[in-house]
Design a protein around this ligand. Structure first.
Ligand code: DC
Length: 225
């Protein structure tokens, strides 16, 4: 039986993972956070003292990595690196920088492709990332390009940082988002771009509930579920 594949791409901070997770729970699909997979490879480079921009060095490291996804009783995705649960560690800001660097390497993208496609062959999935609709699952039944203006994303990020007790000035957060957007859209390997057949969902003026509703309408319309 063929599976249903929902691809959600977009820039960081657009609310992809929160919305994709909630939509997957509503639809009864498996949620796959592909950023976590790149983060796991980034963590490994950091742990082994490998320069994440040095493609031959990173390529030499890959055969000794076992990157696995697991789902706990609550349905949360966990990442295992050679059997060790690294789900917490991969969220460290330092690991974000390593993940960003290794994700620009074609050798890493090729290495992780099959892991992602295999999940979509076995399960109905909502998969989020940067190149899911364009490269990983070009035949996905539903493609959404989820975005929000840099200012809206910076405002949300500032609120999150404040709630965590680590506030940062708005202008700094905004600059960081704009820099990351530039890097994501200008890299050579699988740059972030909207697939031609993707539906654009701009959540700048929507709250979480409204964004989720809009996302579910798109998914239901396209799948007939
Ligand atoms: O979504 P995130 O911040 O967890 O992603 C971590 C890094 O991996 C980020 O620099 C973008 C990159 N990434 C990617 O290149 N392709 C994907 N499909 C998912 C993430």
């Amino acid at each position: 039986m063929s599976t249903i594949r929902v691809a959600i791409d977009g820039p960081s901070g657009a609310g992809k993972s929160t919305l994709a997770r909630a939509a997957a729970a509503t639809m009864g699909f498996l949620y796959v956070d592909t950023g976590a997979i790149y983060r796991t490879v980034g963590l490994s480079a950091r742990d082994r003292g490998v320069d994440p921009g040095d493609e031959p060095a990173v390529a030499a490291m890959l055969p000794s990595l076992r990157v696995e996804l697991r789902y706990d009783e609550a349905g949360q995705q966990r990442m295992l690196l050679n059997g060790r649960d690294v789900s917490g560690e991969i969220r460290l800001p330092e690991v974000s920088r390593y993940a960003s660097a290794v994700s620009a390497l074609p050798v890493v993208r090729a290495y992780l492709m099959e892991t992602q496609r295999e999940l979509a062959r076995k399960h109905d999935v909502i998969m989020d990332g940067r190149d899911i609709g364009t490269v990983v699952l070009p035949d996905a039944e539903v493609k959404v390009f989820l975005t929000a203006s840099p200012r809206a994303r910076a405002e949300r990020r500032c609120r999150e940082l404040e709630e965590r007790g680590t506030p940062q000035p708005f202008e700094e957060v905004l600059r960081d988002i704009e820099d990351r957007d530039f890097r994501d859209t200008h890299r050579e390997a699988a740059p972030l771009r909207q697939a031609e057949d993707a539906v654009l969902l701009d959540t700048s003026a929507l709250d979480f509930r409204q964004s989720l509703e809009a996302l579910l309408v798109i998914i239901r319309e396209r799948t007939g579920l």
